[in-house]
Design a protein around this ligand. Structure first.
Ligand SMILES: Nc1ncnc2c1ncn2[C@@H]1O[C@H](COP(=O)(O)OP(=O)(O)O)[C@@H](O)[C@H]1O
Ligand SMILES: [Mg+2]
Length: 217
C-alpha cells in the first residue's frame, strides 16, 4: 500500500530529519512508530499522508509514484487515508457532528447513512452529548476523540494516527485501540505513533523505531 525507498526529508534546506527510510506497509498490517521526541515521527506521518513530499528517494502509495502525479491526483489518493494529527486540526466553525460527518459528505454518502454512522461513532466514543458543540468548547481528550472519529468513519485503506491516545485515559485509549484493531482486521493498514509502552504491551504489534531520523526495525 505504501512503499518508501531510500527516502529522505529536510525542511527548507536544513539538515535531513529523515534519512534513507525503507519501508513497505502492506494491507492489513499494524505498526507502531516509536522514538524519542524530535526523532521524526510526525514528519514521517506527514510524508505518508502526502502532506510533505520527500526531498530524496521514492515514495509510492497504492502503486502510484507520488512524485510523478498531479496535485489533484494526490488529493484523490489522500481520501483513502485516514489521519489523526497530533494537533487534531478540527474545523472550528463546524459542530462535533459535522466534523465527523465531513469526510462522508465529501464522498457523497446519503445523509441517512451518515446519521447512522456518525451516531454509532459518537456513542462508542462517549461523545453523544456533545454533538452540537464546537470544538473550542471541548477538552483536549474530547477533541482527540472527535479527530479519531473523523479519521476512521470512512473505514480508510490506510490509517495514520500520531500519538492518538496522548490526551486520553487508559480506559478510552484501550477502546480506541480496539476500534483500530477492528478496522485492521478488515484490511486497513494502521500506523500508530506512540510513546505509550503500556499500550504497546496490551496491544502488541510490529514496532518501527526512529532514531534521529533513521528507521531501526
Ligand atoms: N516545520 C518544520 N520546520 C523545520 N523543522 C521541523 C519542522 N517540523 C519538525 N521539524 C524538525 O524535524 C525534527 C523531527 O521532528 P518531528 O517529526 O516533529 O519529531 P517527533 O514527532 O518524533 O517529535 C525535529 O528536529 C524538528 O525540530
Ligand atoms: Mg510528533
Amino acid at each position: 500500500m505504501i512503499n518508501l525507498k531510500h527516502t529522505g526529508l529536510r525542511y527548507d534546506g536544513g539538515p535531513e530529519v529523515l534519512s534513507d527510510i525503507n519501508l513497505n506497509l502492506e494491507a492489513g498490517s499494524f505498526h507502531y512508530l516509536t522514538g524519542s521526541s524530535g526523532s521524526g515521527k510526525t514528519s514521517l506521518m506527514r510524508m505518508l499522508h502526502i502532506g510533505l513530499l520527500p526531498t530524496r528517494g521514492d515514495i509510492s502509495i497504492f502503486g502510484q509514484d507520488i512524485m510523478q502525479i498531479s496535485r489533484q491526483q494526490r488529493a484523490d489518493l489522500r481520501r483513502d487515508i485516514g489521519v489523526i494529527f497530533q494537533d487534531f486540526r478540527l474545523l472550528p466553525h463546524l459542530s462535533v457532528y459535522d466534523n465527523i460527518a465531513m469526510p462522508l459528505r465529501l464522498a457523497d454518502i446519503s445523509e441517512t447513512k451518515i446519521e447512522t454512522a456518525v451516531t454509532e461513532m459518537l456513542n462508542w466514543l462517549g461523545l453523544k452529548d456533545y454533538k452540537s458543540i464546537k470544538p473550542a468548547f471541548l477538552s483536549g481528550g474530547q477533541q482527540q476523540r472527535v479527530a479519531i472519529a473523523r479519521a476512521v468513519i470512512t473505514k480508510p485503506k490506510i490509517l495514520l494516527a500520531d500519538e492518538p491516545t496522548g490526551s486520553l485515559d487508559d480506559y478510552m485509549g484501550d477502546r480506541i485501540m480496539t476500534l483500530f484493531e477492528e478496522l485492521n482486521k478488515n484490511g486497513t493498514a494502521v500506523v500508530v505513533a506512540t510513546h505509550n509502552k503500556g499500550m504497546i504491551g496490551r496491544f502488541p504489534h510490529h514496532i518501527l523505531n526512529l532514531k534521529s531520523g533513521h528507521l531501526i526495525t
